[in-house]
Design a protein around this ligand. Structure first.
Ligand code: WT7
Length: 656
């Protein structure tokens, strides 16, 4: 990996100056020649990256048929896709199960004794599962689910931290045709309650407790507090992880380890239709109600298999580490399903990157010989702050490729990552995608020339564009990032909300997918993602809606009104600022800052808790009564507030 061009400004400082970033890094010919994509191009007589992109755009069905052919179908599909925007179906009339490809196939092949997962707990404890072990554990648990009456199409709600039982539970659901709905363990139990009720789950899964930064989180106890508000739940399966002495309710609560003891290690894999749902994963939108993004077996599998194979170039001997949480889509696609489809060894870790010390990740890379590593820009920026001395203590020579996801990466962080973690030899794959897209959408490949801070170009076959407000394609300036084609792992709908599916994503520009991000494209066709254009915050790579935080704040009995905006932050990207009007007679405002922070923590979870709370007398509003977030945001950023003539109460600006 070497620098081939530097022009203009070397050190661009923030996202607005991203377009002035002129450094280009070219992968070495070793990296290129040994890559999966290069070999695949050779087979198809494709000479270079541009030709690959063009050929794939011209023949998307050819591209996806080739890759779908690398997976096993119980019954061959008849038609590659049906694209009737905004509705897509892929691999029509095919019979398929993602778990057959992720697990059954390997448990019967020569790779059965290969490690599927190496798990490391926060205390340093290690658990390893071979493909055969994982297959058996999944089958036993699938038999438990069946015995409890879970049937094809039922939704099982899962609330587990980063322990092996989480992928086991997900795979067991998918194996028998049930749909999983995983709730991030960092959310408060109320999120679990809402999701259980939305999906009407009969069976839910949780854990006695787990540790984060040494602090014990008693998840089962939190779940007990919501179970009286989840009328559909018949059984709660509890994993014993911390060995806590918890209260088990007779007839309802079941220990995981007891339930599996008598179960067979074989279980039939249900033959699913390609388009049958695999999971629901909730994500934040512009309103307070999270959106239940629905993914299906066939297309989803083909999309993540292909991207992981070509973007992260995984091969048989790789040790892959996607250091995200399975509770987010990154973990669903690239910790659970993707690496298993490719049959590689993955690392799973419980904890946080800086605990017990900032050497945790680097030590693990050395210990396990990690070859490809994927994390978020916020983590990289955190390590830039701790300094090079931490990664320098460890031998990171096993690494050959790096990746980032979740938010725009500033060129300085990219360069630091490339230099201090990648030793200057590992290409950095800045992958742009979303819960809705299921797979990488705008991303480099190991053969691409890289510009620090750019997610490079659309993945083969994807037709991405930047549009101005009138829907005209633009180059240079910022605009709406859209996708004009379908892709196999596209979400199919929003759970129980088909209208919102159309309205949120496909209406601004009819039949074109609106991502909600602002991006620029330079004159070489490289995409530079700038961030969200809607009222969605991105805090440390996590998507949080302002409306969700506002409604949590307003649910406090003393609060009359609230407005939430994001404030740029060096490490987290954005942090949450809340402006709150208290009801009259609420007493002293002094303690309320902490009370509000704690309240949001309880309602949503620590990640949504505001960094700053300010109690104010009034909020700037339009004459129709709408809070003007633009004005509040400008104030928070210390920028001019601009025209306030349309405000009903211009004096409110002073209170902020
Ligand atoms: C939003 C999607 C995709 C898995 C993690 C987040 C932002 C994601 C990048 C990137 C700039 C990025 C976007 C997007 N985002 N990756 N490489 N560069 N921004 O999934 O929670 O659905 O969030 O994350 O704003 O819309 P998600």
């Amino acid at each position: 990996m070497y620098l081939i061009r530097v022009e203009g400004d070397k050190m661009s400082k923030d996202l607005d100056t991203l377009l002035r970033e002129k450094r280009i890094f070219k992968p070495s010919s070793d990296v290129v020649k040994s890559s999966n994509i290069h070999k695949w191009m050779e087979k198809h007589e494709i000479n270079d990256y541009d030709e690959l992109l063009q050929k794939a755009l011209d023949n998307p069905d050819w591209f996806w048929d080739e890759l779908a052919g690398e997976l096993e179908w119980f019954k061959q599909y008849k038609k590659t896709k049906k694209w009737n925007p905004p509705y897509a179906e892929w691999f029509l009339d095919g019979k398929f199960n993602i778990v057959y490809n992720a697990l059954d196939k390997h448990a019967k092949g020569p790779e059965k004794d290969k490690l599927a997962y190496i798990w490391e707990g926060e205390s340093g404890e290690v658990r390893e599962l071979t493909y055969l072990d994982l297959y058996r554990e999944v089958n036993r648990f699938a038999n438990v689910l069946k015995k409890l009456g879970v049937r094809k199409g039922d939704t099982v709600s899962i609330y587990l931290p980063m322990i092996l039982e989480l992928p086991i539970a997900m795979l067991a659901c998918a194996k028998i045709g049930a749909v999983h709905s995983v709730v991030f363990s960092g959310f408060w139990a109320k999120a679990f309650q809402e999701r259980i009720n939305d999906a009407k789950s009969k069976v839910a899964i949780t854990v006695d407790g787990f540790r984060r930064r040494g602090k014990l989180i008693e998840l089962k106890e939190n779940v007990d507090n919501i179970l009286d508000k989840t009328p559909t739940i018949e059984k709660l399966i509890v994993v014993r992880h911390e060995g806590l002495n918890i209260n088990m309710q007779e007839g309802k609560d079941i220990w995981w380890h007891e339930a599996i003891t008598e179960m067979e290690t074989e279980c039939k894999t249900e033959e699913m239709d390609s388009e049958d749902p695999l999971f629901i994963l909730y994500t934040s939108g512009t309103t307070g109600k999270p959106k239940g993004v629905v993914h299906v077996h066939g297309g989803y599998a083909v999309g993540i298999y292909t991207t992981l194979k070509f973007v992260f170039d995984l091969k048989e001997d790789d040790v892959w580490w996607c250091a995200a949480d399975i509770g987010w889509v990154t973990g669903h696609s690239y910790i659970v399903y993707g690496p298993l489809l490719l049959g590689v060894t993955s690392i799973l870790y419980e904890g946080t990157p800086d605990y017990p010390d900032p050497g945790r990740l680097w030590k693990m890379i050395e210990n396990y010989g990690v070859t490809v590593f994927y994390t978020a820009p916020t983590t990289i920026r955190m390590f830039m702050k701790f300094g090079e001395k931490w990664p320098q203590k460890y031998n990171l020579d096993s690494l050959r490729l790096l990746g980032t996801v979740g938010e725009p990466i500033n060129p300085e962080a990219w360069i630091w990552y490339h230099q201090h973690i990648g030793g200057g030899r590992c290409p950095v794959m800045d992958t742009w995608w979303q819960t809705e897209t299921g797979m990488h959408i705008i991303t480099p490949l190991p053969i691409s020339e890289l510009k620090p801070g750019s997610a490079v170009k659309p993945f083969p076959t994807v037709e991405a564009d930047v549009l101005d407000d009138a829907g005209k394609s633009i180059t240079g300036g910022g605009g709406h990032l859209v996708i004009k084609s379908t892709w196999p792992s596209m979400f199919r709908t929003l759970y129980k909300d088909p209208e919102r599916y159309v309205e949120s994503y496909w209406s601004r520009f009819p039949n074109i997918y609106l991502s909600g991000d602002v991006a620029r494209r330079d004159d070489e066709g490289y995409f530079w993602i700038q961030g969200r254009e809607d009222d969605v915050l991105n805090v440390a790579g996590h998507r949080i809606s302002t409306a969700e935080v506002e409604s949590a704040i307003v649910s406090h009995k003393s609060v009359a009104e609230a407005a939430v905006v994001g404030k740029p932050h060096d490490i987290k990207g954005e942090e949450i600022c809340a402006f709150v009007i208290l009801k009259e007679g609420s007493g002293s405002t002094e303690d309320f800052e902490d009370i509000i922070k704690y309240h949001v923590r309880k309602e949503i979870g620590p990640i949504a808790s505001p960094a700053h709370v300010k109690i104010v007398k009034d909020l700037p509003k339009t004459r129709s009564g709408k809070i003007m977030r633009r004005v509040i945001k400008a104030k928070v950023k210390g920028e001019p507030v601009g025209d306030t003539s349309t405000l009903a109460n211009p004096e409110a600006v002073e209170y902020l």
